[in-house]
Design a protein around this ligand. Structure first.
Ligand SMILES: CCCCCCCC/C=C\CCCCCCCC(=O)N[C@@H](CO[C@@H]1OC[C@@H](O)[C@H](O)[C@H]1O)[C@H](O)/C=C/CCCCCCCCCCCCC
Ligand SMILES: O=c1ccn([C@@H]2O[C@H](COP(=O)(O)OP(=O)(O)O)[C@@H](O)[C@H]2O)c(=O)[nH]1
Length: 393
């Protein structure tokens, strides 16, 4: 029995060491990859880009977020705004922007197409079919763009690259929920995202992503991914299996939802956790185990068994170093001063770390997935079925 304990303790210590390597790689990746100086004249001639904007409903920031797509410094692109519902309150707002910027090539598509269970794919499908360029960008409604983001992404699309995606991050906003989002996307989420990118493990998130359309068309187009809720993961998988690389943009993706709340944050992460567990089953073990507080507890026990070290002192030092490395990573990704104090960071970080494992547990509690107005169930492997269909097309 003693040897079993000893072996288990050794496994925890090795896993703990590898997590510090993950921290360091993420920090190095962020330092090396983010915020390169984008030279707009490098890589001329410009490739045209068709930008799909699936929209469902309005929030307080939508107008300003969408406006940033009209003011990008990129010469050849079209904006394809897609609405599932002809009565969507965001349509007048988009029409207003199209009038305000008559020189920008922009169209509106209404009604979607029923090509699968994924409502985002259904919504975007008409726009995808009408896209006139081979570079297609999928960009969620809550995203802001910097003037140079599209140039940066296109320039990173080398011959052997199939996808350039943005690390999900957030624009500066006031309030605790916004701080929490920034802390999560700039630390725990970014750490594993940057590490997965370094290992060329598929971590493609479809929030803001530039894709070679011909690579999607070769396997049946956008609709081929309509049976999945995590269409982004399967697009990445399909393209990587054909020998193409994915790359991260040097500018993080700036989400700027007009309705941040702690409840919304938890529900969103719960939904994402359910998707990940269905698609990458080893995350069921790896994800909770790689949480700071849980890993610290197991490793404190392990170092006590193996080295007779004081577990409480070990735990506190472990948490302190984890906290410091998270702060460093967040600061690199922010690339400027944070919109909250260090005290707020401590509270937000602790809140996230305590809630991470709880969110994970509650994701197991209820296997159904709620996304906007719809409810789904996932089969192992990722195929989704809608439990209460509401789409009228
Ligand atoms: C020693 C190694 C230890 C590794 C420990 C790994 C622990 C894993 C922990 C966390 C995984 C975090 C993964 C981050 C990216 C996932 C974000 C996500 O869940 N996104 C999903 C939802 O996205 C939205 O979906 C709807 C769509 O319309 C929206 O536009 C999207 O934004 C997305 O669908 C899921 C993608 C699946 C990503 C799976 C990534 C698994 C990465 C595991 C990395 C492990 C690396 C190990 C390398 C050896
Ligand atoms: O029924 C839906 C749900 C979502 N979306 C679009 O899909 C994108 C991502 O939606 P959301 O922000 O809800 O997803 P999350 O990022 O939380 O996974 C946004 O552009 C939405 O407008 C859509 O078109 N129809």
């Amino acid at each position: 029995m003693f040897y079993v304990y000893y072996a288990l303790a050794a496994i925890f210590i090795v896993f703990w060491c590898s997590l510090w390597i993950v921290h360091l790689i993420a920090i190095l990746q962020a330092k090396l990859k983010f915020y390169r100086k984008v030279d707009p004249y490098h890589g001329i001639p410009y490739e045209g880009v068709s930008i799909l904007k699936p929209i469902k409903g309005v929030d307080a920031n939508l107008y300003h977020n969408l406006e940033t797509f009209f003011t990008m410094q990129y010469p050849v692109y079209e904006l394809l705004f897609c609405f599932e519902d002809g009565a969507d309150s965001a349509i007048p707002l988009v029409s207003n922007l199209i009038e305000k910027y008559p020189d920008v090539d922009a169209k509106v598509f209404v009604g979607g197409s029923f090509v699968g269970v994924n409502p985002k794919i259904n919504n975007m499908h008409q726009g995808y079919v009408a896209a006139k360029y081979n570079f297609v960008m999928i960009s969620d409604s809550n995203l802001r763009m910097k003037e140079e983001t599209l140039t940066d992404m296109v320039q990173l699309m080398d011959e052997d690259v199939g996808i350039v995606h943005q690390l999900p991050f957030v624009w500066d906003k006031e309030g605790f929920a916004a701080a929490l989002e920034k802390i999560y996307f700039g630390s725990a989420h970014a750490r594993i995202y940057l590490f997965a990118d370094f290992m060329q493990v598929n971590c493609h998130t479809g929030m803001s992503t530039l894709i070679r359309k011909n690579l999607l068309d070769d396997v049946g187009g956008l609709q081929a991914f309509g049976c999945y809720l995590a269409e982004d993961f399967f697009m990445g998988k399909s393209i990587m299996e054909r020998g193409y690389r994915t790359r991260i943009s040097s500018l993080p993706g700036l989400q700027n939802s007009g309705s941040s709340s702690i409840r919304g944050f938890r529900e969103r992460l719960k939904r994402w956790t359910k998707l990940r567990c269905a698609m990458v089953p080893h995350t069921i073990i790896l994800e909770p185990l790689s949480e700071c507080l849980i890993l610290g507890a197991f490793t404190s026990w392990a170092v006590y068994v193996v080295f007779m070290w004081d577990p409480i002192v070990f735990y506190l030092v472990h948490v302190l170093f984890w906290f410091l490395l998270d702060y460093i990573l967040l600061s690199i990704i922010q690339n400027g001063s944070l919109p909250f104090s260090k005290f707020y960071f401590i509270i937000g970080w602790l809140y996230r770390e305590i809630n991470g494992p709880l969110i994970f547990l509650s994701a197991f509690w209820d296997p159904t997935i709620r996304w906007r107005s719809r409810v789904y169930r996932l089969q192992m492997g990722g195929i989704a079925e809608e439990i209460s269909p509401k789409l009228k097309l």
